[in-house]
Design a protein around this ligand. Structure first.
Ligand SMILES: C[S@@+](CC[C@H](N)C(=O)[O-])C[C@H]1O[C@@H](n2cnc3c(N)ncnc32)[C@H](O)[C@@H]1O
Length: 275
């Protein structure tokens, strides 16, 4: 196995109103995932953090972005290379993530991940942690759902949520529009020796459990497709959005039973059941 390439961490601060324009620029630049962070001292601004492969022409990136959003501030630094560092992070109730071969804490199962690569590579983002915990809760209550056999992880990133389903023995489809994310998810599935059907295409048959941790605007656009993919009486776990989006999501899911709703650092995760 070879070490992943070094990554550059870009931190882009902009007025909140310009966040979507900045995000579009970052996706076009090849970002694998964007972490959006609030700035407690400047609520009108937002910080977006992404990782891109080194070498990266920061000056050219900033020039192009500034032409569209003059008020941006860009900081770039080589991201710490965690390759080979046996850092193990507990995740959910019964799991831990860490580099291949690391020893998990007692009573926890290791999900091995290629360090430093892809959104969700360490389970530390609040949306990942929330979605992971919600999915683990959904899977670990078989009495409530004895027939759940299939899982679809939409926007799989590094594959972490799909891998949780695979660890629990489900047949898992993991989809992502980003080819780097798909390659990372496949690599992580191979690291663990668990089957994960990774592709850009969604399965055509209904799925018992669907999880999607994706930013709010994308999530809303995908919602009709997510809802029709869930099998009758199946469950849908949504994450990646903040409280102000909740009423819109509620309005778009009429008749669906509301399950657990969790919140971390202003991010929301909700489990819904199809009628
Ligand atoms: C916030 S990351 C979540 C990664 C991982 N599931 C986790 O929970 O840590 C969102 C992922 O969704 C993917 N994505 C964005 N838009 C998508 C779409 N329309 N269809 C499928 N995947 C999408 C991105 O490429 C990214 O990998």
């Amino acid at each position: 196995m070879t070490a992943p390439p070094p990554l550059v961490e870009l931190r882009v601060r902009s007025p909140r109103a310009a966040a979507d324009a900045v995000a579009a620029h970052l996706w076009a630049t090849g970002a694998q995932g964007i972490e959006e962070r609030d700035l407690p001292d400047a609520p009108g601004d937002v910080l977006q953090v992404v990782w891109v492969a080194d070498p990266f022409d920061v000056a050219a990136f900033e020039r192009t972005l500034r032409a569209q959003v003059p008020a941006v501030q860009v900081h770039a630094a080589l991201a710490p290379n965690t390759w080979g560092v046996a850092q193990v992070t507990p995740l959910g109730r019964a799991f831990a993530v860490g580099p291949p071969g690391a020893a998990p804490p007692p009573a926890r199962q290791l999900i091995a991940l290629t360090p430093g690569v892809g959104f969700g590579h360490d389970g530390q983002h609040p949306t990942t942690a929330l979605a992971f915990a919600a999915l683990e809760a959904a899977l670990d209550h078989p009495a409530a759902d004895p027939t759940a056999r299939t899982l679809l992880d939409v926007g799989t990133g590094a594959g972490l949520l799909g891998l949780l389903g695979a660890a629990r023995g489900l047949t898992v489809h993991a989809v992502d529009i980003d080819s780097t994310a798909r390659a990372t998810a496949r690599a992580n599935a191979a690291l663990n020796g668990w089957p994960l059907q990774v592709s850009a295409a969604w399965p055509t048959a209904p799925v018992d459990l669907v999880v999607a941790n994706i930013r709010a605007d994308v999530l809303l656009g995908l919602l009709p497709r997510l809802m029709t993919t869930v099998a009758p009486n199946g469950r849908l776990i949504l994450a990646g959005y903040r409280a102000p989006h909740q009423p819109t999501l509620d309005a778009h899911t009429p008749g669906w039973a509301r399950g657990a709703r969790t919140e971390l650092d202003g991010w929301i995760c909700e489990t819904l059941r199809r009628p």
